[in-house]
Write a protein that binds this ligand. Structure first.
Ligand code: DGL
Length: 276
């Protein structure tokens, strides 16, 4: 098989990266994609840095063994914690997703920015350096959001518990008078409506799914790895998860196709096998 028609592996701890997979599918429709929700180990945000690095290295090696031409780490937590050491070990392009601090710093008018992240991201050195680098004269308020990822993984977008947690995390940022809110975890955009209802119209919400798709397209092009034509590429997406739970397949269909009844083949990643 030509390198150009090989698949792109996309990884997140769960459904969070689906918005990125969707943006990639729309921007690069000729590319074959394999999406892995590593939900057996979700949430990554409450694991140690060592664990996340080992796990990401393991999965990426499986993707490489099966011939993937590029990898997208569709997870802020795994990117800030694992991408540097991963890039030092592999030769294929690795694209990550980082909290969109740079655009937020440019857009904020009152120079007060809130950022919602996982616990692990909030403590990470690379993340804190990223803030320092792009902060300029902005005040940036970091809010770790324990518990949200688990609720999203269960499809609990509107449950009272979810509403209560969101209030708890957003209230302190409102008190700081922010005018810009960065969603620094790929799961959180699935709560965008609920977040918007809490913060009102005067605060701008920023997430970065389409930027990742554009960056991936550029990198494939630079490496001469783009799937050139529809005829040659198998334009399909294979979905995997490391733990099958009731309704997980339906949740995938709802979040990827905006249609819970859409048929989707969610396969089990049994740690050793992955079909490409
Ligand atoms: N969606 C991921 C992120 O962007 C990970 C969330 C988690 O598993 O804690 O950070």
């Amino acid at each position: 098989m030509s390198r150009n028609t090989a698949a792109i592996g996309i990884i997140d701890s769960g459904v969070g990266g689906l918005a990125i997979a969707k943006a990639i599918h729309q921007h690069l429709p000729n590319e074959k994609l394999i999406y892995l929700a590593d939900n057996y180990y979700a949430p990554y945000g409450e694991k140690t840095a060592y664990f996340i690095q080992q796990r990401i290295n393991f999965i990426v090696q499986k993707f490489i063994d099966k011939g993937c031409k590029a990898i997208v780490i569709a997870c802020n937590t795994a990117t800030v914690i694992a991408i540097d050491q991963l890039r030092a070990q592999v030769t294929i392009p690795i694209i990550g997703v980082e909290p969109a601090i740079k655009p937020a710093s440019k857009q904020s008018e009152n120079k007060k920015i809130g950022i919602l992240v996982t616990q692990a991201t909030s403590e990470n050195k690379r993340f804190l350096t990223l803030i320092k680098t792009h902060q300029n004269d902005n005040d940036i308020f970091i809010q770790p959001c324990a518990g949200l990822v688990e609720l999203i993984e269960q499809g609990q977008f509107t449950s009272p518990v979810c509403q209560q947690l969101l209030q708890q995390y957003i209230q302190p940022l409102l008190q700081k008078n922010i005018d810009t809110l960065v969603l620094g975890c790929t799961h959180y955009p699935f709560l965008k409506h609920q977040i918007a209802a809490l913060i009102g119209d005067n605060i701008n919400i920023i997430d970065g799914a389409s930027a990742v798709a554009i960056q991936l397209g550029n990198i494939l092009y630079q490496h001469n790895l783009s799937a050139a034509s529809r005829e040659k590429a198998t334009t399909k997406i294979d979905f995997y998860c490391s733990k099958k739970t009731p309704n997980y397949q339906q949740l995938f269909a709802q979040l990827f196709y905006a249609e819970p009844q859409q048929s989707i083949n969610l396969q089990h990643f049994d740690q050793n096998q992955i079909e490409v």
